[in-house]
Write a protein that binds this ligand. Structure first.
Ligand code: NAP
Length: 191
């Protein structure tokens, strides 16, 4: 698991309701679109990112929301040539021409391949929360970047279903974009 943190990092980045859900009970993120971003352009979330990692619910939502199986050329516009590792126990379709790598089982069994694919760039785990937690469990999560929306949801997909106490999380950046509050935490992994 050990690596040189100066070279590249693995981070979990997501928008979230202030009460800790990243999607509602219907797996929808429609509530995010009603949040005022103050006229500011969204951050370039893929800058410096060499690999994206997602769970299958997130993957299937992206593919369906952007109609990527029917319009695979859109994939390159959003992700470029970046590989996406998708954790799933099922057999799923990938858009034609997209570098989608389906993997299953322990995150640790795939970490070397994920790091190799990213090279000197970062690895972005974009959800869900439990998958990000699986990286934390093996000491492989370096940073958590949250965009907190002024929205509460009654239920849905959890932001980060783990117990992590204050000795392991340090706020390294706070900023505001309209009604979003962005917080970056450095994760201390037990040595
Ligand atoms: N607010 C935001 O910015 C934001 C960001 C990201 C995602 N989202 C949304 O949040 C929701 C997250 O969904 P989710 O909580 O269900 O999480 P998810 O990680 O997207 O999907 C969970 C699924 O991934 C598969 N999986 C996870 N770990 C695995 C492993 N180690 N090996 C094999 N398969 C594994 C399993 O599905 P199988 O049945 O395929 O095995 C599991 O049920 C989605 O609706 C997504 O669209 C929102």
């Amino acid at each position: 698991v050990g690596h040189d943190r100066a070279e590249s990092k693995i981070f979990y980045r997501t928008a979230t309701s202030f009460n800790g859900f990243i999607a509602d009970e219907d797996n929808s993120v429609g509530w995010l679109f009603g949040v005022d971003s103050g006229g500011q352009a969204p951050p370039d979330v893929l800058a410096g990112v060499g690999v994206i990692v997602v769970g299958s619910t997130t993957y299937e939502w992206v593919v369906q929301a952007m109609n990527l199986l029917a319009e695979p050329q859109k994939w390159q516009h959003v992700y470029g040539a970046r590989p996406m590792f998708v954790f799933t126990t099922r057999s799923l379709d990938a858009p034609e021409g997209a570098d989608v790598r389906f993997v299953r089982g322990a995150v640790g069994d795939h970490l070397a391949a994920i790091r190799t694919a990213a090279g000197e760039q970062d690895v972005c785990v974009s959800g869900g929360g439990d998958l990000a937690g699986q990286f934390l469990d093996i000491g492989a999560l370096d940073q958590i970047v949250l965009g907190i929306a002024p929205v509460a949801l009654a239920g849905g997909a959890p932001l980060f279903p783990r117990r992590v106490e204050a000795d392991r999380l340090h706020v390294t950046d706070v900023s505001r974009r309209g009604q979003f509050v962005n917080i970056t935490y450095a994760v201390g992994n037990p040595g």
